[in-house]
Design a protein around this ligand. Structure first.
Ligand code: COA
Length: 260
Protein backbone atom coordinates (compact mmCIF):
# COMPACT_ATOMS: atom_id res chain seq x y z
CA UNK A 1 0.00 0.00 0.00
CA UNK A 2 1.24 3.49 -0.84
CA UNK A 3 0.80 5.78 2.13
CA UNK A 4 -0.04 9.49 1.87
CA UNK A 5 0.30 10.58 5.47
CA UNK A 6 2.80 8.23 7.03
CA UNK A 7 6.30 7.10 6.14
CA UNK A 8 7.12 3.46 6.75
CA UNK A 9 10.50 1.82 6.32
CA UNK A 10 11.76 -1.60 7.39
CA UNK A 11 15.45 -1.46 8.32
CA UNK A 12 17.37 -4.13 10.23
CA UNK A 13 14.15 -5.78 11.49
CA UNK A 14 12.75 -2.50 12.82
CA UNK A 15 9.72 -0.87 11.19
CA UNK A 16 10.20 2.91 11.35
CA UNK A 17 6.81 4.63 11.12
CA UNK A 18 6.61 8.43 10.94
CA UNK A 19 3.35 10.36 10.94
CA UNK A 20 4.02 12.83 8.18
CA UNK A 21 1.64 15.82 8.29
CA UNK A 22 4.11 18.25 9.72
CA UNK A 23 2.24 21.40 8.64
CA UNK A 24 -0.82 20.21 10.61
CA UNK A 25 1.36 19.14 13.54
CA UNK A 26 0.78 15.53 12.47
CA UNK A 27 -2.90 15.70 13.53
CA UNK A 28 -4.68 12.38 13.00
CA UNK A 29 -7.16 12.65 10.15
CA UNK A 30 -9.21 9.73 8.89
CA UNK A 31 -6.68 8.66 6.25
CA UNK A 32 -3.77 8.80 8.69
CA UNK A 33 -5.69 6.57 11.11
CA UNK A 34 -6.48 4.08 8.40
CA UNK A 35 -2.84 4.05 7.24
CA UNK A 36 -1.75 3.47 10.83
CA UNK A 37 -4.19 0.55 11.11
CA UNK A 38 -2.72 -0.89 7.92
CA UNK A 39 0.91 -0.51 8.95
CA UNK A 40 0.30 -2.09 12.35
CA UNK A 41 -1.41 -5.08 10.71
CA UNK A 42 1.63 -5.34 8.42
CA UNK A 43 4.00 -5.27 11.42
CA UNK A 44 1.99 -7.97 13.12
CA UNK A 45 1.92 -10.30 10.13
CA UNK A 46 5.51 -9.78 8.92
CA UNK A 47 8.05 -12.09 10.53
CA UNK A 48 10.94 -9.79 9.55
CA UNK A 49 9.56 -7.03 11.83
CA UNK A 50 10.87 -7.41 15.38
CA UNK A 51 9.80 -4.00 16.70
CA UNK A 52 8.11 -0.79 15.59
CA UNK A 53 9.36 2.73 16.24
CA UNK A 54 6.61 5.34 15.94
CA UNK A 55 7.31 9.06 15.77
CA UNK A 56 6.08 12.31 14.21
CA UNK A 57 7.70 14.30 11.41
CA UNK A 58 9.71 17.36 12.42
CA UNK A 59 10.70 18.53 15.88
CA UNK A 60 7.55 20.39 16.89
CA UNK A 61 4.93 17.69 17.28
CA UNK A 62 4.60 13.97 17.77
CA UNK A 63 0.85 14.35 17.12
CA UNK A 64 -1.22 17.39 18.17
CA UNK A 65 -4.41 15.36 18.42
CA UNK A 66 -7.23 14.08 16.32
CA UNK A 67 -7.95 16.37 13.37
CA UNK A 68 -10.46 18.81 14.87
CA UNK A 69 -11.62 20.02 11.44
CA UNK A 70 -13.00 16.55 10.66
CA UNK A 71 -15.33 16.11 13.62
CA UNK A 72 -16.37 19.67 14.47
CA UNK A 73 -19.85 19.10 12.95
CA UNK A 74 -20.39 15.51 14.12
CA UNK A 75 -23.58 14.28 15.81
CA UNK A 76 -23.52 12.17 19.00
CA UNK A 77 -23.88 8.97 16.95
CA UNK A 78 -21.05 9.97 14.60
CA UNK A 79 -18.85 10.83 17.58
CA UNK A 80 -19.47 7.45 19.14
CA UNK A 81 -18.68 5.65 15.88
CA UNK A 82 -15.46 7.68 15.50
CA UNK A 83 -14.26 6.60 18.95
CA UNK A 84 -15.35 2.98 18.56
CA UNK A 85 -13.71 2.49 15.16
CA UNK A 86 -10.56 4.37 16.11
CA UNK A 87 -10.11 2.45 19.33
CA UNK A 88 -10.68 -0.89 17.68
CA UNK A 89 -8.74 -0.41 14.43
CA UNK A 90 -5.76 1.61 15.65
CA UNK A 91 -5.29 2.13 19.37
CA UNK A 92 -6.26 -1.35 20.60
CA UNK A 93 -4.47 -2.88 17.61
CA UNK A 94 -1.23 -1.15 18.63
CA UNK A 95 -1.60 -2.21 22.26
CA UNK A 96 -2.23 -5.82 21.20
CA UNK A 97 0.53 -5.89 18.58
CA UNK A 98 2.76 -8.86 19.42
CA UNK A 99 5.86 -6.85 18.40
CA UNK A 100 6.93 -4.09 20.82
CA UNK A 101 5.82 -0.67 19.61
CA UNK A 102 7.99 2.18 20.93
CA UNK A 103 6.77 5.79 20.78
CA UNK A 104 9.47 8.42 20.29
CA UNK A 105 7.63 11.58 21.38
CA UNK A 106 9.43 14.31 19.46
CA UNK A 107 7.23 17.27 20.50
CA UNK A 108 3.58 17.98 21.33
CA UNK A 109 1.62 14.82 22.23
CA UNK A 110 -1.88 16.12 22.76
CA UNK A 111 -5.31 14.52 22.79
CA UNK A 112 -5.32 11.67 20.28
CA UNK A 113 -1.54 12.10 20.03
CA UNK A 114 -1.00 11.29 23.68
CA UNK A 115 -3.58 8.52 23.36
CA UNK A 116 -1.55 7.11 20.49
CA UNK A 117 1.65 7.24 22.55
CA UNK A 118 -0.14 5.62 25.48
CA UNK A 119 -1.33 2.73 23.28
CA UNK A 120 2.34 2.02 22.48
CA UNK A 121 4.26 -0.36 24.74
CA UNK A 122 7.17 1.95 25.64
CA UNK A 123 7.37 5.77 25.53
CA UNK A 124 10.46 7.95 25.19
CA UNK A 125 10.17 11.72 25.06
CA UNK A 126 12.37 14.56 23.86
CA UNK A 127 12.98 17.04 26.67
CA UNK A 128 11.03 19.82 24.93
CA UNK A 129 7.91 17.68 24.43
CA UNK A 130 4.63 18.80 26.00
CA UNK A 131 1.97 16.24 26.81
CA UNK A 132 -1.70 16.55 27.67
CA UNK A 133 -5.31 15.58 27.08
CA UNK A 134 -6.97 18.96 26.41
CA UNK A 135 -10.31 17.58 25.12
CA UNK A 136 -12.45 19.17 27.86
CA UNK A 137 -11.39 22.57 26.55
CA UNK A 138 -13.21 21.58 23.31
CA UNK A 139 -16.29 20.33 25.19
CA UNK A 140 -15.19 16.72 24.72
CA UNK A 141 -13.48 13.95 26.62
CA UNK A 142 -10.71 11.71 25.31
CA UNK A 143 -12.25 9.09 23.03
CA UNK A 144 -9.35 6.93 21.90
CA UNK A 145 -8.83 5.19 25.23
CA UNK A 146 -7.27 8.17 27.02
CA UNK A 147 -9.40 8.08 30.17
CA UNK A 148 -8.54 4.41 30.62
CA UNK A 149 -4.88 4.23 29.61
CA UNK A 150 -3.89 7.42 31.43
CA UNK A 151 -5.51 6.11 34.61
CA UNK A 152 -3.72 2.79 34.18
CA UNK A 153 -0.36 4.46 33.62
CA UNK A 154 -0.35 7.27 36.19
CA UNK A 155 -3.21 6.43 38.60
CA UNK A 156 -6.61 8.00 39.11
CA UNK A 157 -5.46 11.14 40.91
CA UNK A 158 -3.01 12.34 38.25
CA UNK A 159 -5.41 11.28 35.48
CA UNK A 160 -8.24 13.30 37.01
CA UNK A 161 -6.04 16.38 37.31
CA UNK A 162 -4.59 16.16 33.81
CA UNK A 163 -7.91 15.54 32.09
CA UNK A 164 -10.08 17.99 34.05
CA UNK A 165 -7.58 20.87 33.90
CA UNK A 166 -6.68 20.17 30.24
CA UNK A 167 -3.17 21.32 31.10
CA UNK A 168 -0.05 20.30 29.23
CA UNK A 169 2.86 18.94 31.25
CA UNK A 170 6.56 18.83 30.48
CA UNK A 171 8.36 15.65 29.47
CA UNK A 172 10.22 15.76 32.77
CA UNK A 173 6.94 15.87 34.74
CA UNK A 174 5.55 13.10 32.52
CA UNK A 175 8.52 10.91 33.51
CA UNK A 176 7.99 11.73 37.20
CA UNK A 177 4.42 10.42 37.10
CA UNK A 178 5.23 7.38 34.95
CA UNK A 179 3.67 8.62 31.73
CA UNK A 180 6.94 8.26 29.81
CA UNK A 181 9.83 5.91 30.52
CA UNK A 182 12.77 8.13 29.52
CA UNK A 183 13.45 11.77 28.63
CA UNK A 184 16.39 12.71 26.41
CA UNK A 185 17.47 15.69 24.30
CA UNK A 186 15.82 15.63 20.86
CA UNK A 187 19.14 14.79 19.19
CA UNK A 188 19.36 11.58 21.23
CA UNK A 189 15.75 10.44 20.85
CA UNK A 190 16.36 8.07 17.93
CA UNK A 191 19.55 6.63 19.39
CA UNK A 192 17.94 6.03 22.79
CA UNK A 193 15.02 4.29 21.10
CA UNK A 194 17.49 2.32 18.97
CA UNK A 195 19.37 1.22 22.09
CA UNK A 196 16.19 -0.15 23.65
CA UNK A 197 15.13 -1.86 20.45
CA UNK A 198 18.56 -3.48 20.02
CA UNK A 199 18.08 -5.12 23.43
CA UNK A 200 14.61 -6.29 22.46
CA UNK A 201 15.97 -7.75 19.21
CA UNK A 202 18.33 -10.03 21.14
CA UNK A 203 15.46 -11.69 23.02
CA UNK A 204 12.98 -14.36 22.00
CA UNK A 205 10.27 -12.85 19.77
CA UNK A 206 7.78 -15.53 20.74
CA UNK A 207 8.39 -14.98 24.47
CA UNK A 208 8.09 -11.20 23.96
CA UNK A 209 4.72 -11.63 22.26
CA UNK A 210 3.48 -13.78 25.16
CA UNK A 211 4.81 -11.22 27.65
CA UNK A 212 2.93 -8.38 25.90
CA UNK A 213 -0.27 -10.43 26.00
CA UNK A 214 0.12 -11.22 29.71
CA UNK A 215 1.04 -7.63 30.68
CA UNK A 216 -1.96 -6.30 28.74
CA UNK A 217 -4.15 -8.78 30.62
CA UNK A 218 -3.18 -7.06 33.89
CA UNK A 219 -5.33 -4.09 32.89
CA UNK A 220 -8.02 -5.91 30.95
CA UNK A 221 -11.54 -6.05 32.30
CA UNK A 222 -12.26 -9.21 30.34
CA UNK A 223 -9.40 -11.40 31.46
CA UNK A 224 -7.88 -12.72 34.64
CA UNK A 225 -4.27 -11.66 34.07
CA UNK A 226 -2.86 -14.36 36.34
CA UNK A 227 -4.65 -17.01 34.28
CA UNK A 228 -3.40 -15.40 31.04
CA UNK A 229 0.13 -15.48 32.44
CA UNK A 230 -0.16 -19.15 33.40
CA UNK A 231 -1.32 -20.22 29.94
CA UNK A 232 1.18 -17.92 28.16
CA UNK A 233 3.97 -19.30 30.36
CA UNK A 234 2.91 -22.83 29.45
CA UNK A 235 2.74 -21.96 25.76
CA UNK A 236 6.37 -20.75 25.85
CA UNK A 237 7.44 -24.34 26.63
CA UNK A 238 6.10 -25.41 23.26
CA UNK A 239 8.22 -22.94 21.28
CA UNK A 240 11.46 -23.46 19.37
CA UNK A 241 12.71 -20.25 21.03
CA UNK A 242 12.37 -21.88 24.47
CA UNK A 243 14.39 -24.89 23.34
CA UNK A 244 17.04 -22.59 21.84
CA UNK A 245 17.15 -20.25 24.85
CA UNK A 246 17.58 -23.00 27.41
CA UNK A 247 20.00 -25.00 25.24
CA UNK A 248 22.13 -21.89 24.60
CA UNK A 249 22.26 -21.18 28.33
CA UNK A 250 23.33 -24.73 29.13
CA UNK A 251 25.91 -24.68 26.31
CA UNK A 252 27.19 -21.29 27.57
CA UNK A 253 26.58 -19.51 24.27
CA UNK A 254 24.33 -16.70 23.07
CA UNK A 255 20.90 -17.80 21.81
CA UNK A 256 19.92 -17.41 18.19
CA UNK A 257 16.15 -17.02 18.24
CA UNK A 258 14.00 -17.79 15.22
CA UNK A 259 10.78 -16.45 16.71
CA UNK A 260 9.08 -19.85 16.30
N1 COA B 1 -6.47 19.28 14.40
C1 COA B 1 -6.42 19.94 13.24
N2 COA B 1 -5.46 20.83 12.95
C2 COA B 1 -4.52 21.06 13.89
C3 COA B 1 -4.52 20.41 15.14
C4 COA B 1 -5.56 19.47 15.38
N3 COA B 1 -5.63 18.77 16.51
N4 COA B 1 -3.47 20.85 15.87
C5 COA B 1 -2.83 21.74 15.10
N5 COA B 1 -3.46 21.87 13.92
C6 COA B 1 -3.10 22.75 12.79
C7 COA B 1 -3.49 24.19 13.04
O1 COA B 1 -4.85 24.40 12.75
C8 COA B 1 -2.54 24.91 12.11
O2 COA B 1 -3.05 24.79 10.80
P1 COA B 1 -3.04 26.10 9.80
O3 COA B 1 -1.58 26.46 9.69
O4 COA B 1 -3.63 25.57 8.54
O5 COA B 1 -3.85 27.13 10.51
C9 COA B 1 -1.27 24.07 12.17
O6 COA B 1 -1.68 22.77 12.64
C10 COA B 1 -0.24 24.62 13.13
O7 COA B 1 -0.82 24.75 14.42
P2 COA B 1 -0.87 26.14 15.24
O8 COA B 1 -2.05 26.07 16.17
O9 COA B 1 -0.81 27.29 14.30
O10 COA B 1 0.50 26.04 16.04
P3 COA B 1 0.85 26.77 17.42
O11 COA B 1 2.32 26.62 17.57
O12 COA B 1 0.25 28.12 17.47
O13 COA B 1 0.11 25.89 18.55
C11 COA B 1 -0.65 23.85 19.60
C12 COA B 1 0.45 24.53 18.78
C13 COA B 1 -0.33 22.37 19.66
C14 COA B 1 -0.69 24.42 21.02
C15 COA B 1 -2.03 24.08 18.90
O14 COA B 1 -1.91 23.71 17.55
C16 COA B 1 -3.18 23.31 19.50
O15 COA B 1 -3.66 23.64 20.58
N6 COA B 1 -3.65 22.26 18.78
C17 COA B 1 -4.83 21.52 19.18
C18 COA B 1 -4.51 20.61 20.34
C19 COA B 1 -5.75 19.87 20.76
O16 COA B 1 -6.70 20.41 21.28
N7 COA B 1 -5.72 18.54 20.55
C20 COA B 1 -6.78 17.68 20.95
C21 COA B 1 -7.71 17.43 19.83
S1 COA B 1 -8.99 16.34 20.35
Amino acid sequence: MVYQHILSELRAEVLYVTINRERKLNALNKETLSELAHVIAYAESTAAVKAVLLTGAGEKAFVAGADITEFAAFSAAEGEALAREGQHNVFDAIERCPKPVVAAINGFALGGGLELAMACHIRLAADHARLGLPEVSLGLIPGYGGTQRLTQLVGKGHAMELITTAEMISAERAAEIGLVNHVVPIGELQSKAGELIEKIKLRSPSAISYAIKAINAAVSHEENGFETEISAFGACFGTVDFKEGTTAFLEKRKPNFSGQ
